[in-house]
Design a protein around this ligand. Structure first.
Ligand code: KG4
Ligand code: ZN
Length: 368
């Protein structure tokens, strides 16, 4: 079966060269491939005992293409992934491509179907042609693994951990009990945290992605000038809801459009938007730390690039949970990349887990 469709008989190779690997090679040299949304990424990661080395980390962003449309268009993204995957793989692997890696980790979901398919098929093809083992990675687990790429974080990586993963498409609180053993504690009921940044920025006339621009404007802004709600802050559930912020900013624009022309007022509004999102994220994380008594807090996803969020999370832990480690991913690895996919793949491959490339399929709705 291919994506639910029966495989035509002429598709089944008479001699199928793939044999996977048993036992897993050591050191593991993993080729990572990521194409779930708007970044095409290829990485080479070496796992040699406790030593983890990122040998190559190539990311080709489609942001300039999607800015033309004001968001990610799946069809456009998929076509760009085909071209970019080929060129990044060529650059990363070189002529002796078979010797450049001994295992493959590729994103299988969640994400845009067409985009996921491009990377997954490339990974499967390489696995079949090279006979090397392949693991289809959950993109959400990939984000968690981005924090593990940092050597200092690895030294303090003691389960159970709480992870806050906040990006343009997800805002999740996850209890990490072990590598590969997760309990999903909470998510967003509507917009993700990054979406709240992006949509409010758009209302303010700024292009996608809005998060970094709101953060920049907020540097000169004052919190409290234009009070905005802190959605779900007092709700007993750990869930998030950010769509009310977008509505509040839209209402402000309808009432007082002049604010959106004044540079200081725009900075003040940006500071308020950022403060509202960060306060909710940090408070819900604090509540989860209290309930689950974790040893550390992992902070990942595109929104974790936000310096105010990092500072507030660190301050909250220092004040309320001293001794709880703060484990943010390096800012270079917070947005989608293939090094984090290779790292998550490593967590499974080193235990001997692998997929059959003939049956490995995308899962656009994959959760924790
Ligand atoms: O993880 P990511 O690259 O893509 C998804 O999987 O969604 O995250 C992108 C998101 C965007 O919403 C972007 O606005 C947000 O991360 N972002 C930020 C910052 N840098 C990126 N949000 C707030 N502050 C930032 N500095
Ligand atoms: Zn992502």
């Amino acid at each position: 079966m291919i994506h639910g469709i029966p495989r035509p008989s002429y598709c089944i190779p008479a001699k199928y060269p793939y044999h996977g690997s048993d036992p897993m090679p050591a050191p593991l040299r993993i080729l990572g491939i990521e194409t779930s949304c708007d970044e095409t990424a290829v990485a080479l990661l070496t796992l040699d005992g406790d030593d983890v080395r990122i040998e190559r980390n190539l990311v080709s962003s489609q942001i300039p293409i999607h800015q033309i449309y004001g968001g990610v268009v799946p069809e456009v993204a998929a076509r760009a992934h085909v071209l970019e995957t080929v060129s990044l793989l060529t650059e990363a692997l070189g002529d002796s491509w078979r010797d450049a890696f001994n295992a493959i980790a590729v994103t299988r979901g969640p994400g845009l179907s067409m985009a996921l398919l491009m990377g997954l098929e490339a990974g499967k093809m390489l696995a079949i042609l090279s006979g090397k083992p392949i693991f289809g990675v959950n993109h959400l687990e990939g984000h968690l693994a981005s924090a593990w790429l940092n050597a200092e974080n690895r030294l303090r990586w003691t389960f159970p951990l709480l992870a806050l993963s906040a990006s343009g498409s997800h805002s999740e609180l996850v209890l990490m009990k072990d590598f590969g053993a997760y309990e999903h504690l909470a998510g967003t009921r509507d917009d993700a945290a990054g979406e709240a940044f992006d949509k409010t920025a758009r209302l303010m006339g700024m292009p996608y992605p809005g998060g970094p621009q709101i953060a920049k404007l907020a540097e000169q802004g004052r919190v409290g000038t234009f009070p905005l709600p802190r959605p779900m802050l007092t709700d007993p559930s750990l869930d998030f809801s950010f769509s009310g912020l977008k509505t509040a900013v839209r209402q402000l624009w309808e009432r007082s459009p002049e604010i959106f022309q004044d540079p200081q007022a725009k900075s003040d509004l940006a500071a308020e938007i950022q403060a509202a999102i960060v306060e909710v994220l940090v408070e819900k994380a604090a509540r989860a730390v209290e309930i689950h008594g974790v040893r550390g807090v992992v902070l990942v996803g595109g929104v974790s690039a936000n310096l105010h969020l990092r500072a507030e999370m660190q301050a909250m832990l220092n004040k309320r949970f001293p001794g709880t480690a703060f484990l943010p991913s390096d800012r270079a690895y917070v947005t989608d990349n293939a090094a984090m996919i290779a790292a998550a793949g490593a967590w499974h491959l080193r235990r001997g887990e692998q997929h059959d490339p003939l049956t490995l399929d995308i899962d656009p709705e994959l959760g924790f």
